[in-house]
Design a protein around this ligand. Sequence first.
Ligand code: NAX
Ligand code: K
Length: 493
Amino acid sequence: MKILSSSQIKECDSATIEKGISSISLMENAAKKCANWIVDNFKSNQNFSIFAGNGNNGGDGFVIARMLYEKGFDVEVFIDENNSKFSEDAKINLNKIKLISGITIKDYSEFDNRDNSVIIDALFGYGLNRELSDDFKNLIENLNQIQASKISIDIPTGLFADRMINKNAAVFKADFTLTFQFYKKSFLHPETEKFCGKIIVLDIDLDEDFINEAETDYFVIDEILIKKIYKPREEFSHKGTYGKSVLVGGSYGKIGAVLMSTLSALKTGSGLTFTIAPKCGNIILQSQVPEAMFIDSGENHINEIEIQDKAIYGIGPGLGKEIETQKALLEFLENYRNSVVLDADALNIIAENQKLNLIPKHSVITPHPLEFERLFGKTENSFERLELAKQKAEELQIFIILKDHHTVVITPNQKVFYNITGNSGMAKGGSGDVLTGILTSLISQKYDIEKACVFGVWLHGKAGDFAAVEFSKEAMLPTDLINHISTVFKHSR
Ligand SMILES: NC(=O)C1=CN([C@@H]2O[C@H](COP(=O)(O)OP(=O)(O)OC[C@H]3O[C@@H](n4cnc5c(N)ncnc54)[C@H](O)[C@@H]3O)[C@@H](O)[C@H]2O)[C@@H](O)CC1
Ligand SMILES: [K+]
């Protein structure tokens, strides 16, 4: 799914209107989708307090008020009674509810939530283009204090669609955000996402031709994209068809990491799978993953990384940073020309030795925010981090998978794919090792690297979601996630 900027969304609205749908019908349709969702999700004796602004977001609020009232709900609408400059469509819809005696319209200042109503925020949408005034900030801070369910229409008021907010910004804290047609970039960054609650994307039939032609670097990974990428296994194939994955890592006390990567590579379909690990890992690896071939290197830590023909390497899980290991990795990178997946200590070794230039072109690196900082330096927030990552991905011609609440894939041509599968149960040591195995396996199976990254992060999160359903977010383990890779493939048929 494409992510458009607020100006592109505005153009998309206009293109839809040019195709013959009036702007007032578009508002009617958008509000109807919201009202239907609310009716389906709230009890029929629920009261609603709708806070409307002067623009089209407020207009949506007026239509929602009318529709909920018509469905039998109690509704009160709050506006700024001192400001009579409404957008044209908002004014038409405000006038319509003024004629309905059962809907009371009051000034924001008259609100007291005596009847414990659900609060609907239709103050500002994607049209917000500057800081809120103190009056609005106070209103929002007061609303945020109230213990009630809260719904934002299109965007929680106070957020911009596609940029960071100021540190002291006031933002409506929603439990649900009912948004139109597209995810907004700010729904996917930790500093701003926390205000959105559960995000529901409602299709309001905006012009498909415009959407198809709109140019953007930003995408949300959805099932439509995954269906285009996934290559089911062919009947007439053999193990050689599915490539050779070599997982490199493990050190005394950290053999589990490379074991999980190896197992994940196998479970993702790798044809031939090797593990290069120190001798101390031999018995555990051979007994736990008999399908993989073991190549030893060093006693308790890796001291050499053998280069094999026609293989894809995934290096880093549990690797450690012993001097000999550092030398082995740097020597490998100096002599290796193919794409490689680099994670964890492999990235830390590269950062400490300042050897970014040794990363082969079209490789994949999978840093979490701290590893990213060690590699590329400090940034103020995740929006800036993403911009720096785009710049570095292009400069080094590599794929960067930034692991965060929403993991992001950044390509050498600066495309950005946000992943929305996964859950907090995956915030445990070992989850990253699984991802390294999955990515190595997909690339060795000749998935194009961009597709492998997109499919890999989605698959990783989706398996995590299945594991959370079975075991709970608290109790699920990375090994449960590995076992649920099969559930994802079964559901993908
Ligand atoms: N036809 C359309 O364009 C549709 C628009 N829709 C709704 O319309 C919204 C966008 O409407 P608008 O473009 O009218 O914008 P908003 O309703 O988000 O904001 C209203 C106006 O407030 C002004 N403003 C910006 N920042 C401000 C600030 N800090 N303090 C005070 N005023 C400020 C701007 O001039 C802006 O146009 C969407 O988020 C969505 O809810 C939907 O009804 C779908 C169709
Ligand atoms: K809003």
